[in-house]
Design a protein around this ligand. Structure first.
Ligand code: CA
Ligand code: CA
Ligand code: CA
Ligand code: CA
Length: 457
C-alpha cells in the first residue's frame, strides 16, 4: 500500500495526500514544501522499520535511477528491499522468518538490532540469537542486498567452548578492512566484520570465506568488565587517531541504572583486540583500550558512527549517543573534549538513531539524529528527527523545527531508524526515516535539497 503525504516544515503537517494511485507529478508545484512518501509495513511485519540501510543503486537493481533501501522488521522478523524507480514509484520485496536461513530458527530481533550496511559489496548484516533448532547462541547473518540471498556466507553462529559467552547477543556490527594481527589468515580481497556482544569483541577476518566453517576460529577477545561496564552497545571502525590505521570503538555500559551511572567509549587499536590464539573458542583478555572516554549516562555508544565532517582531514570524527540523557557527542579530530548536542525535550531518546551523509550537495555530511520518544505536539512518543550542518567545528540545526509527522499517534516512534541514501546517478542523497511500522522517504527537503530529486525540478 502506498500513501502519498506532504509535510510543511515548521507546521510539520502530515496531510492525507492523494490515494495510492496518484502520480507523483500531481504534487509538482509544491515548491516550498517537503515531499515525503510513506511506506507501511508489508506482510504484517508489525515492527517494520527497526533498521533502515542504504545501498547504491546499480545495474543489478534499478540501473542508477532511484534509491535502493534495505529495511528490517522485527515481529515477525523480516528483511525487505524498498526500491524507488526514476518515476518515484516504489517496490517492496521481502523474505521473513525461517525462510531467511532455512537451516535454523532464530528469535525475534531485539528492538534495536545490531545492523550494518556495506555499500561497496552491496551487503548488509544483522545479529540476533538462534531459536529452537539451536540453543540461543549469538549469530550474524550477512545477506546480499541486491537479491536478499544468503549466498555471501553461511549464518555465522558463535558456538564456542563457553556456552555463556556463546549466548551473548550481538549489539553492534561494522563492516571493515582490518590489517593483519594475531597470526590470523587475512585475504586483503575479502573484508572483515567487527562485532560487539556483551563483554566480547570479535574480528571476523574474511567473514565471507565459505571455507571457514568453524566460527570458533574467528578472532575474539574478552574486554575487562565491571558491573558498571558489562553491556556493549554499537561499534565503529575508522581511523580515529590520524595514523592511517583503523581503530575499533565500542560503547560499554551497565545493564541497568542500579548497576552504575556512567558508561564508556573504548577506542582500541587492532592489536589490542586481535591477540595470538585468542578465538571465539577460547578468548583471552583484550589489552586495555588506548583511549577510554567516560560518559555520565548508562548508554554511551547506544548509536555510533564515524564521519569526516572536514573533507580535508583524513582522521575521522566519532559520533556517539547517550539517548538516556538526550545527548549526542562528537569527538572531532584533534579535539580534547567532545562536542555535545542536545535538545530541551527530556525523555525524547534523542540519539536513539544516527546517520551522516551529505544532503545539500556541498560534500560535507549532515548529521541526522532520531529522537523517537519525543512528545512534540503533545503526543506521547510521536518522535522527531533533527538535522545538523557542520561548519567550522560546530553543529547547527538546519531548521528550527525538527521533522515530525503532524496528526501523530502515540507511539509512532518516528526517527527510530534513519539513513541517508544515494539517489540514482545524480550524486544527490535522500533522507529516509523509520517509524513504527512505517518508512518515510523525503524527495524534497527545503533548505537541504529544494529540487525534487526525481526530476531535478
Ligand atoms: Ca580480509
Ligand atoms: Ca588510527
Ligand atoms: Ca552537506
Ligand atoms: Ca516521550
Amino acid at each position: 500500500m502506498v500513501t502519498r503525504t506532504r509535510v510543511t516544515l515548521g507546521l510539520a503537517g502530515l496531510l492525507a495526500g492523494g490515494a495510492g494511485a496518484c502520480n507523483w507529478t500531481t504534487f509538482d508545484d509544491l515548491s516550498s514544501e517537503v515531499w515525503v512518501e510513506r511506506v507501511n509495513n508489508p506482510d504484517d511485519s508489525r515492527q517494520y522499520g527497526v533498521a533502515v540501510g542504504a545501498l547504491p543503486d546499480t545495474a543489478d537493481t534499478l540501473d542508477g535511477q532511484g534509491a535502493n533501501l534495505v529495511v528490517l522488521g522485527r515481529a515477525k522478523l523480516m528483511v525487505s528491499t524498498l526500491r524507488y524507480g526514476g518515476d518515484g514509484k516504489h517496490a517492496v520485496s521481502s523474505v521473513g522468518g525461517q525462510a531467511i536461513f532455512p537451516a535454523f530458527m532464530f528469535d525475534d530481533l531485539p528492538a534495536k538490532p545490531a545492523f550494518a550496511v556495506d555499500p561497496t559489496d552491496h551487503r548488509f548484516a544483522f545479529g540476533s540469537l538462534t531459536g529452537n533448532t539451536l540453543a540461543g547462541q549469538a549469530f550474524i547473518g550477512v545477506m546480499d542486498g541486491d537479491n536478499l540471498g544468503v549466498s555471501v556466507a553461511p549464518a555465522r553462529v558463535f558456538i564456542g567452548s563457553d556456552m555463556a559467552l556463546s549466548m551473548l547477543a550481538p549489539t553492534g556490527i561494522a563492516f571493515a578492512t582490518i590489517p593483519d594481527a594475531g597470526g590470523f589468515t587475512n585475504d586483503p580481497g575479502l573484508g572483515e566484520l567487527v562485532v560487539a556482544r556483551g563483554s566480547e569483541l570479535d574480528v571476523m577476518y574474511d567473514y565471507a570465506n565459505s571455507a571457514i566453517t568453524d566460527v570458533g576460529t574467528f578472532a575474539e577477545c574478552k574486554q575487562a568488565t565491571s558491573r558498571a561496564t558489562e553491556q556493549s552497545f554499537e561499534v565503529a571502525v575508522a581511523d580515529l587517531e590520524g595514523d592511517a590505521a583503523p581503530e575499533i570503538a565500542v560503547g560499554m555500559g551497565p545493564r541497568s541504572a542500579t548497576d552504575g551511572t556512567t558508561s564508556e567509549i573504548r577506542i582500541y587499536q587492532v592489536g589490542e583486540v586481535v591477540k595470538n590464539q585468542s578465538t571465539v573458542n577460547l578468548p583471552t583478555n583484550c589489552d586495555p583500550p588506548s583511549t577510554t572516554i567516560s560518559v555520565p549516562a548508562i548508554d554511551a555508544g547506544f548509536s555510533m558512527l564515524s564521519a569526516r565532517f572536514d573533507p580535508a582531514v583524513t582522521q575521522a570524527a566519532l559520533v556517539y549517543s547517550a539517548p538516556s540523557i538526550n545527548t549526542v557527542f562528537v569527538r572531532l579530530p584533534g579535539a580534547t573534549d567532545p562536542l555535545q548536542i542536545t535538545v530541551p525535550t527530556t525523555g525524547s531518546t534523542f540519539g536513539y538513531a544516527l546517520a551522516a551523509g551529505d544532503l545539500d550537495g556541498d560534500d560535507v555530511p549532515e548529521l541526522v539524529i532520531g529522537a523517537p520518544k519525543s512528545d512534540l505536539s503533545g503526543t506521547t512518543d510521536a518522535g522527531a528527527v533533527y538535522i545538523y550542518r557542520y561548519t567550522a567545528g560546530a553543529f547547527a540545526q538546519v531548521s528550527a523545527a525538527p521533522l515530525q509527522v503532524s496528526s501523530p499517534s502515540a507511539g509512532d516512534l518516528f526517527g527510530k531508524s534513519v539513513a541517508v541514501a544515494p539517489w540514482g546517478k545524480t550524486g544527490q542523497n535522500v533522507l529516509v526515516v523509520g517509524g513504527e511500522g512505517k518508512v518515510f522517504t523525503y524527495f524534497r527537503l527545503p533548505g537541504l535539497y529544494d529540487d525534487d530529486v526525481r526530476t531535478g525540478r
